[in-house]
Design a protein around this ligand. Structure first.
Ligand code: C5P
Length: 414
């Protein structure tokens, strides 16, 4: 299952290092190549010899070992790996990673790393709960690092709580599902729209909304991790976009509609953007001044409905078209009606009265083509992205043949 995969395994200081020996054994049994790095702390608990014997490969310990560094060993180790696993990950190493500190072989490799990273933390429960550690964890999670555990239970120090490293079998299962997930959407082209649109009134004013772009970016990132080819089209936001196959920055709904049309064809279209329904009918070339009448009338023109035009596209309708519906009342009923009106397959209804629009959480009701509803409850935007991508993977596995292949027109008629 893991044949031709190379895992760079970093073993940092902690009594849980003994479990890493079992992890190496399991990885080798699955056919993976293991390139082990043992930190000074790790070497206090297990010996380089036992690591090397199980890995059937030399152990790297020293940044300044001449042989490795004349070859730029710390760069090579990352480039040759398919996945970096840190088990156990100490609080110290997590802090270094979060801050970009590079002062030994493990942290230098991680600072220069361009491969996915899976972390299995292990530490005393107070260290785990320490706000500094939790902040570092959040930073790493936000950068896309995968976190495995820790588990609850008795610590080596005799105290009880959260901080035990996950068992080797569990870490192996996460490694295997990472590799399976990584290819799950390979070959699929996905267009994602995200963020607000800004509709200019005059050179200084615009009609906009509070969309932060976080949900669309999280979805684009999860799709990239699943191996899809992602074209992300974003309105103006302050959050940095994730690395995607193609990124297009737009400002207005008309620009977004054009960018989407140019990006077609695609297998999947996900319309996360909070597109302004209206734009100023005319834009003043100069800043509009008060005229003393104490009233100002702004004439609005309706913007194109991008989701609907993609879902009803005569030649290039993607197989799966997904919309979002931010609602302030009757979220589910309104979203069901919207799904039919927009002719999309799935819709994610988001009750924005429960969370600030633009915040970090959403409460999603997931509505599919048969109008069935699944309440996902309150979730973080990254978790929502993972869950949606999971549903897309399931959809793709079932195959397009089983999907409703009726024409766009028929879909609207339903
Ligand atoms: O009608 P409403 O704006 O609530 O619909 C929400 C869904 O429609 C979202 O998926 C949004 O991205 C999409 N939409 C669009 N073009 C518009 C308005 C909304 O694609 N002009």
């Amino acid at each position: 299952m893991l044949q031709d995969k190379t895992v760079l395994l970093i073993i940092s200081g902690g009594i849980a290092a003994y479990k890493s020996l079992e992890l190496i054994r399991l990885l080798r049994k699955e056919g993976a190549n293991v390139r082990p790095i043992l930190t000074n702390g790790g070497a206090q608990f297990i010996t380089p010899l036992s690591v090397a014997s199980l890995a059937e490969h030399e152990v790297y310990t020293d940044l300044w070992s001449l042989k490795d560094e004349t070859e730029m060993g710390h760069i090579r180790l990352s480039r040759e790996a398919d996945l970096v696993v840190i088990a156990p990950a100490s609080a110290d190493l997590m802090a270094k990673m979060a801050q970009g500190i590079a002062n030994d072989l493990a942290s230098t490799c991680l600072a220069a790393n361009n491969k996915p990273v899976l972390i299995a933390p292990a530490m005393n429960q107070e260290m785990w709960a320490n706000p500094a550690n939790q902040d570092n964890l959040e930073t790493l999670r936000n950068r896309g690092y995968m976190i495995c555990g820790p588990a609850d239970g008795e610590m080596a120090c005799g105290e009880t709580g959260t901080g035990r490293m996950m068992e080797a079998t569990h870490i192996l299962a996460d490694i295997k599902s990472f590799f399976a997930y990584q290819k799950a959407l390979s070959g699929k082209r996905v267009i994602v729209t995200s963020g607000p649109t800004y509709e200019p009134i005059d050179p200084v004013r615009f009609i906009g909304n509070r969309s932060s772009g976080k949900q669309g970016f999280a979805i684009a990132q999860a799709l990239m991790q699943a191996g899809a080819e992602v074209h992300l089209i974003s309105g103006p936001v302050s959050v940095k976009p994730p690395k995607c196959t193609t990124f297009t920055s737009v400002e207005t709904a008309i620009q977004m509609a054009e960018a989407v049309e140019n990006a077609l064809p695609a297998d999947i279209f996900i319309s996360v953007a909070a597109v302004s329904d209206w734009r100023a009918e005319t834009q003043s070339s100069q800043k509009i001044k008060k005229d003393g009448s104490q009233k100002m009338q702004l004439k609005l023109a309706e913007n194109p409905d991008i989701l609907r035009s993609v879902a009803t596209h005569a030649q290039k309708r993607p197989t799966l078209v997904i919309g979002f519906a931010a609602e302030t009342q009757n979220a589910v009923e309104n979203a069901q009606a919207k799904r039919t009106k927009k002719a999309c397959d799935w819709i994610l209804a988001n009750d924005v009265t429960e969370n600030n629009f633009g915040g970090d959480n959403n409460h999603i009701h997931f509505i599919t083509s048969d109008n069935s509803i699944s309440d996902w409850g309150q979730m973080g935007k990254k978790d929502i992205a993972q869950r949606l991508v999971g549903a897309i993977i399931e959809f793709c596995k079932k195959g397009e043949s089983k999907h409703d292949t009726s024409t766009a027109e028929n879909r609207i008629a339903k």
